[in-house]
Design a protein around this ligand. Structure first.
Ligand code: TYD
Length: 303
């Protein structure tokens, strides 16, 4: 429930009998202890994830991504949890000019965000080796799809265009990301949860390498706009040029992506067109107030 958390995202599972919502901070040992009691598996999706924010305020990333993971691991160790799945990212490997990263490659994170996730991965592995906590790590490529907070490239650009605003493209627009539709990512995580070998790391990708300019042009065309809507802006500091994952390990285990990139992107654009109510209040700036309040609460500040 940070600025990017939103109870509206959970509406469609609210009635599920095996669902319970507990509001709490992953860094709060007592909340985590009471929430994890009686559980058999833990999936840690909790993270600060936006690179640009990590450049401005790294502390939240260290707290949630590193210390939060430690708190969860300690609780999992004490409760003898049967499986602990850490949701990580391809960003831990850093940038690669040619070829692709395998799970055994050296971690070389560029941003405070990527470094916080790399640190968490190492911690998870140490709990497997030292305490025998049954862990699995997934490293996914860039996700896109519905309910994605409009600060990431795809939802930011779609919602800006719908609002007749320009889209801020960093640098020359030729940075490459490897995209996966969110439903494929979730399907792969579920597959690894049931079939993964404990202590192992699995890359999750769908083989969709695209330059940012290519994605931008596709969004513009779909929404009936031309390139005059692009505003080339100053590049991100330490901007990774290219991410690429080798996913043979997961493919050999038996998982393959089901969605085609172009169709999934169209579906995503349609979803944002049809669900303005969901994102308009976020984009209006209300979230900034929420973020400030949350930040003050966490850091014990008043006023
Ligand atoms: P982003 O969605 O922030 O994901 P990540 O940095 O984790 O890969 O950015 C994806 C790419 O799009 C990245 O190369 C940065 C670029 N980008 C822009 O050009 N403009 C923007 O406003 C944003 C948010 C990202």
């Amino acid at each position: 429930m940070t600025y990017a958390g939103n109870p509206d995202n959970l509406k469609d599972i609210e009635e599920n009998k095996n669902y319970e919502f507990v509001k709490g901070d992953v860094c709060d040992k007592n909340v985590v202890k009471s929430a994890m009691k009686g559980c058999d598996m833990v999936l840690n999706f909790a993270a600060e994830t936006h690179v640009d924010r990590s450049i401005g305020t790294p502390e939240d990333f260290i707290n949630t991504d590193v210390f939060g993971t430690y708190v969860l691991l300690e609780a999992a160790r004490n409760f003898k949890i049967k499986k602990f799945i850490q949701i990580s990212t391809d960003e831990v490997y850093g940038s690669i000019e040619t070829g692709s990263f395998e799970e055994t490659d050296v971690l070389n994170p560029s941003s405070p965000y990527a470094a916080s996730k790399a640190a968490a991965d190492l911690l998870v592995n140490s709990y497997f080796v030292t305490y025998g906590v049954p862990t699995l790590i997934t490293r996914s490529s860039n996700n896109f799809g519905y309910y994605q907070y409009p600060e990431k490239l795809i939802p930011l650009f779609i919602t800006n265009i719908i609002k007749s605003k320009k889209v801020p493209l960093y640098g020359d627009g030729l940075n490459i990301r490897d995209w996966i539709y969110v439903l494929d990512n979730c399907d792969a995580i579920d597959f690894i949860l049931h079939n993964g070998i404990l202590g192992e790391i699995y890359n999750i990708g769908a083989g969709n390498e695209k330059t940012n300019i290519k994605i931008t042009k596709t969004i513009l065309t779909e929404l009936g706009k031309d390139e005059s809507s692009i505003e080339y802006v100053k590049d991100r500091v330490g901007h990774d040029r290219r991410y690429a994952l080798n996913c043979q390990k997961l493919n050999k285990l038996g998982w393959k992506p089901k969605f085609k990139f172009e169709e999934a992107l169209k579906e995503t654009i349609d979803w944002y067109k049809e669900n303005k109510g969901w994102w308009e209040k976020i984009k209006s700036g209300d979230y900034l107030e929420y973020y400030k309040k949350h930040y003050k609460e966490r850091h014990g500040m008043k006023g």
